[in-house]
Design a protein around this ligand. Structure first.
Ligand code: MRU
Length: 352
């Protein structure tokens, strides 16, 4: 079983260490972020990416800010300004702000308390991902008749995008382990190829059969009956069940609804945002136009061309058949999903 852990803290060097996802699958190298600026740069360049992984990186970022503050003699204002830089590095994934806020609350208690909180966030994320994978697999197997079944996924919601195991791809791993998975259609994910580079690499490690397709092929693949269920991750889930995820997800959901196959969103409860009423309120990151005007680092458009590069889209709850967290599988109907998805509605006994 591949054990991929994209974010960690190096006690000896007192720095955040991230697996460099811009170099995968060609090179497996890590980047040591020794300053807040280096961490912010790594987050902005997608060296570390994926909502839950950003939450963990954000929490370690608070520890890093404390270390840098004591090294550089920062006052409280400078420390808070630096922590805010981490918090604001990417706006759509609510996990980033949440991870920073949770860790920041421990700043008065000192570095070890902040680190303990960051470690807890990472451990809880892995446990959540494993549990939501089980719940999601149960729901899919009850809903989809064909065996073995074929899944489509968009972007990378695997171990690389979390503390470990993965959300949508964790669910795919669970189906594989149960012996009911035939294959996975992996959308390449333009413009940064998280699907072809990262999801394909993870499935390769796992020995799961897959094929990479252009994002533009997804609707046709679904319409032709080649897919039984689509499973994607999320960067933020609003109170009414609207869900933001990688640009192109909405098209997958529309195609699934038209074809009558389930469209499933898998995410830990930390991605559910009680502060966002519906999808229109979710801030959508607009990235550099160069990412769509260039291919493999070389400009491909006429020099006058301008680019439009939203990193995420919002799938309205009416197109989502199920949202899976570690607490529940909810079939959204426009009513408030927060209590059920976060376990606030019926607290479960802790696992023994
Ligand atoms: O821009 P990215 O690569 O950070 O986008 C990632 C996604 O859209 C993921 O699907 C989402 O964060 C869920 S990760 C478990």
């Amino acid at each position: 079983m591949a054990d991929i852990r994209p974010v960690g803290w190096d006690d000896g060097e007192a720095c955040v260490v991230v697996l460099d996802q811009t170099r995968l699958p060609g090179e497996r190298t890590s980047v040591a972020c020794r300053t807040v600026d280096e961490l912010v740069d790594a987050i902005e360049r997608l060296v570390v990416r994926g909502a839950p992984a950003l939450g963990v990186a954000g929490a370690y970022g608070v520890a890093l800010a404390l270390v840098e503050a004591s090294r550089e003699g920062w006052d409280e204002q400078e420390l808070n300004r630096s922590i805010d830089l981490v918090r604001d590095a990417r706006p759509t994934a609510v996990n980033l702000a949440r991870g920073v806020d949770l860790a920041r609350a421990h700043v008065p208690a000192g570095l070890q308390a902040v680190l303990a909180e960051a470690h807890r966030i990472a451990a809880d994320d892995e446990a959540a991902n494993r549990e939501l994978s089980r719940l999601g697999a149960d729901w899919i197997l009850a809903r989809v008749e064909r065996r073995p079944l074929t899944v489509l996924t968009h972007c990378n919601a695997g171990a690389l995008a979390t503390s470990a195991w993965g959300t949508a791809l964790g669910l795919v791993r669970e189906l594989h382990q149960r012996g009911v998975l035939a294959s996975v259609f992996v959308d390449e994910t333009r413009p940064l190829l998280q699907g072809s580079r990262l999801t394909a690499w993870e499935l390769e490690q796992e020995g799961i059969s897959y094929v990479v397709q252009a994002d533009a092929a997804a609707a046709s693949t679904i319409a032709r009956g080649l897919v039984d269920v689509a499973v994607v991750g999320a960067d933020r889930i609003a109170r009414n069940g609207d869900a933001a995820n990688k640009i192109g997800t909405l098209g997958v959901a529309l195609a699934c609804r038209d074809a009558g196959i389930p469209f499933v969103v898998a995410a830990p409860a930390t991605t559910v945002d009680p502060g966002t009423a519906h999808g229109d309120e979710i801030p959508i990151e607009l990235r550099s136009e160069d990412e769509v005007l260039s291919f493999a680092g070389a400009r491909v458009t006429p020099v006058e061309a301008r680019g439009f590069n939203p990193a995420f889209d919002v799938t309205p709850h009416r197109l989502v058949d199920a949202i899976v967290t570690e607490h529940a599988v909810v079939e959204p109907d426009g009513t408030d999903v927060v209590a059920r998805l976060t376990g606030a509605a019926s607290p479960r006994a802790p696992h023994s």
